[in-house]
Design a binder for this molecule. Structure first.
Ligand code: GLA
Length: 675
């Protein structure tokens, strides 16, 4: 993999989805990182304290000028690439699968994006790169880096490193420490949600590998959400489809209709489900988003023409067959009780998506599936193949967002047709809801939500609420938590009312701070692992019920992927989406006049869109500007949500006007984004 790809793989994986990032800044007052230091480097003895250079030509020196603390700091000069910089090898310091805190100070002599990043090899030897904490270094001041981090279980060759977007500037590091993450007690005496709703439906959540490293987080999962687990990202096509193995298969067999798959990224979460015998919702097979463009193109070349519908049907069938075969082979005892076969095929008004690749500019929300098939006819094939290859007991769902809007009609028609064919079992209502600040403003209203449940129930199909969260206004702290509690209560009342039709309610996360909508606090627990009013509202009136105990099973998982029908993968999902071209240095990043970070401004027309906040950080800043310029240069893919946010003038196109507008907003020349 070339050097520029290393950097872009990190940026791309960060941008893909908030929930996938392995680290979150800690609130320093809550954690005393001095408590349990297991590694420290202050360079006071004149030595490099375990740091080395990542590239071949950097000059690594301990210098005694401008240190953060004491007399010395580390300097890495003569860098030639943005990924060049200081790294520290951690295999002898920390364990994969556990959570730690890193505290460090770093700077560049003049403005640059300066990012703390991580590198590791997974169980199959594929190298991954992730951005841990990007910050803007201004005026040569020391920046504090303090964040939780973890490497997924099974990771080896583990490194933390600093990289600077400006390839020429020197990087300085000082007072670098790693501490054990203190174990925080959870509220053990709460009623278990899972037990409370046991007679009505399963209660579950979505998990990504990095979640597994936090002990208190996993205690909450075990106690409340262990009725069903969805792998948050790593069973999506971007992660599962393996480009190198697919190309190798094509070359060896002269067959370009058999895409190869890998479950390596999902392994930590799948192992967890097997270990505790937790039922899995497989999410998701066929989706316009987070799916590589090459999958749809001649010779698996993203730049080539789309294949014919006939060829795509064969690719789709083999892909679905290979996914279920790999799951069976590698996780023979895993209980895959539900699967989202198709996700988000209908727009709110009930029309199919536009043809095209969703990460291309001007093609926001577009679908390669529609580009190949011309319409939504691919849905029927997907269900036909899923029925053919899914294991017995695995129910098949059509899953959609804004499922309470006009598209209900098309979903019901489609589901009824698929039911007649015997290939669908249920409808997944994502339920990414907005409680907002009052019942009047909430969208959807509980009544509107109930109307949708009622219509879907009338099809006779099962319903699952698959991704439940309910936001309050950005940065409103706990101001609207009581209202949010009432809203959650009303939604769960609807679920209870239709419990005969609903088999599972899955929350999209556990604690607010690692939600994909973290700045809008949409979940039941806060960043301190404490139950919010929303939690109490949905178990109101009950004394602690029986708590399910999760005992690890003895069943070993197969760890030899070479036994799998798919060739072992050699490329990470982030690599498959990384562009080939060198990472450009966006000139737009120099915005020295910014003194205060503007917040994103949703408009009333589409209040879900935080215009300008491409990275869902809750603020609009130079990171967003950088992402937008990389996207326009086709060097960064943005998921659908980020693309909505990128269209800052809301004219339906993402182009240079948006870039100019965003720059003006950040430098406070204009005060509003959106329509
Ligand atoms: C959709 C998808 C989920 C997830 C969320 C955002 O709802 O179905 O997998 O990507 O968007 O986190």
């Amino acid at each position: 993999m070339n050097n520029s790809k290393r950097i872009m793989a990190g940026v791309a994986s960060l941008a893909m989805l908030a929930g996938v990032v392995a680290a979150f800044p800690v609130q320093p007052e809550k954690v005393n990182a001095e408590d349990d230091v297991i590694f420290s480097a202050d360079f006071e003895d004149g030595k490099e304290d375990g740091f080395s250079r990542r590239g071949e030509d950097e000059t690594v020196e301990v210098i005694s000028e401008g240190a953060h603390g004491g007399d010395n700091c580390l300097s890495i000069s003569t860098r030639a690439e943005s990924w060049n910089g200081p790294q520290v090898a951690l295999d002898d310091v920390i364990e994969a699968g556990a959570q730690y805190i890193v505290t460090a100070y770093a700077k560049t002599p003049y403005y640059s994006k300066l990012t703390l990043s991580m590198q590791f090899d997974d169980a199959e030897g594929t190298t991954h790169y992730d951005n841990v904490l990007p910050q803007d270094c201004k005026d040569g001041d020391w920046l504090k880096y303090e964040t939780k981090f973890s490497f997924p279980s099974g990771a080896t060759n583990k490194y933390l490193y600093f990289e600077a977007a400006d390839a020429n500037c020197t990087i300085f590091v000082d007072d670098f420490k790693i501490s054990n993450m203190p174990d925080v007690a959870i509220e053990e005496d709460l009623t278990s949600l899972r037990a409370y709703y046991a007679d009505s439906f399963k209660i579950g959540t979505a998990l990504t590998p990095s979640d597994l490293a936090s002990k208190p987080f996993m205690k909450l999962v075990n106690k409340h959400f262990s009725g069903s687990i969805t792998v948050g990202n790593e069973l999506k096509p971007d992660y599962v489809l393996n480009s190198k193995a697919t190309l190798a298969y094509m070359e060896e067999n002269g067959d370009d209709e058999n895409p190869q798959v890998s479950l390596a990224s999902a392994k930590p979460v799948l192992d967890y489900c097997v270990k505790y015998n937790i039922p899995l919702r497989a999410h998701t097979l066929v989706w316009h988003s987070q799916t590589p463009e090459w999958f749809f193109k001649e010779n698996y070349d993203a730049k080539a023409d789309y294949v014919t519908p006939e060829k795509m049907k064969k690719r789709m069938e083999n892909y679905i067959k290979n996914v279920f075969a790999a799951l069976k082979e590698e996780y023979p005892t895993l209980n895959i009780y539900a699967c989202d076969v198709v996700n988000e095929a209908w727009l709110e008004d009930g029309t199919p998506r536009k043809p095209g690749h969703p990460s291309e500019s001007n093609q926001w929300g577009a679908s390669d599936w529609v580009a190949v098939f011309g319409d939504n006819s691919f849905i029927d094939y997907a269900f036909e193949y899923a029925r053919k290859y899914a294991p017995e007991g695995c129910k098949l769902y059509y899953n959609d967002y804004n499922e309470y809007m006009d598209k209900k009609k098309q979903i019901v028609e489609m589901a009824t047709r698929l039911k007649e064919k015997g290939v669908i079992d249920g409808i997944g209502m994502q339920a990414h809801l907005d409680a907002r600040q009052s019942m009047d403003a909430a969208f959807p209203s509980p009544q509107m939500f109930e109307n949708a449940v009622k219509e879907y129930a009338a099809t006779g199909l099962d319903i699952q609420i698959t991704e439940l969260d309910a936001t309050v206004p950005e940065k409103s702290g706990d101001q609207y938590f009581e209202h949010q509690a009432k809203y959650f209560d009303a939604i769960m009342d609807v679920a209870e009312k239709y419990k005969d039709n609903i088999s599972a309610v899955i929350f999209w996360g556990v604690t607010d701070d690692n939600s994909w909508r973290a700045s809008q606090n949409p979940l039941l627990f806060d960043s301190e692992f404490k139950a919010k009013p929303a939690f109490y509202s949905i178990i109101e009136g009950l004394t602690p019920g029986e708590v399910p105990t999760l005992e690890p099973t003895d069943v070993p998982t197969k760890t030899a992927p070479s036994e799998s029908p798919s060739p072992s993968p050699t490329v990470s999902p982030s690599e498959t989406t990384a562009p080939e071209s060198p990472s450009p240095e966006p000139t737009e990043t120099a915005t020295p006049e910014v003194t205060e970070t503007p917040t994103a401004t949703p408009t009333s027309e589409n209040a879900n869109v935080a215009y300008g906040d491409l990275d869902s950080s809750g603020t609009v800043d130079v990171t967003d500007l950088t992402q937008l310029s990389l996207f326009l240069l086709k060097d960064l893919k943005l998921d659908e949500k980020a693309q909505k946010c990128a269209d800052v003038n809301a004219d339906g196109n993402i182009d240079l006007t948006d870039l100019a507008t965003l720059r003006q907003f950040i430098s406070k020349k204009i005060s509003k984004l959106g329509a």
